[in-house]
Design a protein around this ligand. Structure first.
Ligand SMILES: Cc1ncc(COP(=O)(O)O)c(C=O)c1O
Length: 366
């Protein structure tokens, strides 16, 4: 029997929300899951060994609430103080802590559009105001991204879903001009040509976010971290869930940092396949953003992204289309193994082949 729940139990801002739609996680096996920017390669064998060793009696006990050893390892990896590091249940958890800490009802939060849609969901939970500022066609930082009174400004670099790269010098300039906190979301930065770590010593309002999900192949353990001044980290700690990083995630992170060389090999393979994929798609007449991430995004009207996705799905390949009407023409493909990417290209070519001849030359731009 179902009881009826009155919608006014919810805070009005929650009742109004639709929530975040993650990339589909199908229950059954697929040939290639290229819809959520996961790695096609397994985690380091050292990580798997550490996880197996953790599956024992110690699971009776809560994990270290401050993940001291892991934070020390992350700090050493980046040459920072341990007090400048906070870990979370994915970097999504850090985003939640940031919104809880700095943003209240009616406050303004700014981000370029399009970018990671979770930012807006977290702003809605706070009953705050999300102001999107459109990227210009070249995807450089929008000139009006500095908005008076913004409590938090987000820049995702490389950006998702475009994969485009903003020069760290432009982000440093932004850090000097925004009034509130500047969050530099570097979930994909290991696939890029630089990073914004050096902003941390220069600007007290900068928080850099990193993730073990993508380059370290650890989406499934949920582990990310934030880097900032000691003062900011101290404040974020106050609002974090008490045991926000479980024992498995803590040992996985430590073991992953014991084997950074393994991650770098995978990153190099993905970068080289990214370039092959992008060049081949461009060779078919498609518009492809220059990507510094582990995915490529295509913009096309005909065939539609959904037609491409349906053809690829017939071959067991999942790619990402978007519900946001402004991203109707976008198709995002995570970089897979060379074999997977070749099958993606074959599926794209087949879909293009279904077009009448004169419409086959599709050079749509965003
Ligand atoms: C831009 C961006 N930031 C953060 C995240 C969250 O990563 P995590 O798995 O560390 O929570 C994602 C996940 O896809 C992302 O695309």
């Amino acid at each position: 029997m179902r009881v009826k729940v009155k919608s006014d139990y919810f805070r009005p801002c929650v009742a109004r929300m639709t929530g975040y739609t993650p990339g589909a996680q199908p229950p059954g096996p697929v040939y290639a899951k290229l819809n959520a920017n996961e790695s096609p390669y397994p985690p380091s064998p050292k990580v798997l060994e550490a996880l197996r060793a953790t599956a024992g009696d110690a699971l009776r006990l809560y994990p270290d609430a401050m993940a001291t050893e892991l934070r020390a390892r992350i700090a050493a990896y980046h040459g920072l103080a341990v007090q400048q590091v906070l870990v979370g249940n994915g970097s999504d958890d850090l985003l939640t802590m940031i919104l809880r800490s700095f943003v209240g009802p009616g406050d303004l939060v700014v981000a370029p559009h399009p970018t990671y849609p979770l930012y807006e969901v977290l702003v809605e939970i706070q009953d705050a105001v999300m102001r999107w500022v459109d990227f210009p066609p070249d995807f450089s930082l929008p000139s009006d991204i500095v908005q008076p009174g913004a409590k938090v400004t987000f820049v995702c670099n490389p950006n998702s879903p475009s994969g485009t790269w903003t020069d760290p010098a432009a982000i440093a300039d932004l850090a000097a001009r925004v009034q509130g906190i500047l969050v530099v979301d570097e979930a994909y930065v290991d696939f890029a040509e630089g990073n914004c770590l050096d902003l941390l010593g220069r600007f007290p309002n900068v928080i850099v976010l990193r993730s073990f999900s993508k380059s370290f192949s650890l989406c499934g353990v949920r582990l990310g971290y934030g880097l900032a001044s000691e003062e900011i980290i101290r404040g974020l700690v106050k609002v974090k869930d008490s045991y926000n990083v479980n024992r498995f995630a803590q040992v996985a992170g430590i073991a992953a940092l014991d084997d950074v060389a393994y991650m770098r090999v995978n990153v190099a393979r993905i970068r080289s396949e990214r370039e092959r994929l992008a060049a081949a798609l461009r060779g078919m007449g498609l518009f492809v953003f220059p990507s510094q991430a582990n995915f490529v995004s295509v913009v096309c009207q005909e065939p539609t992204p959904r037609q491409f996705a349906a053809e690829l799905a017939r071959d067991g390949i999942l790619v990402r289309t978007f519900g946001d009407p402004r991203l109707r023409d976008w198709l995002r493909i995570s970089v897979g193994t060379p074999e997977q990417n070749s099958r993606v290209l074959a599926g794209i070519e087949r879909t293009l082949g279904t077009l009448p001849q004169e419409e086959g030359d599709n050079d749509a731009s965003p």
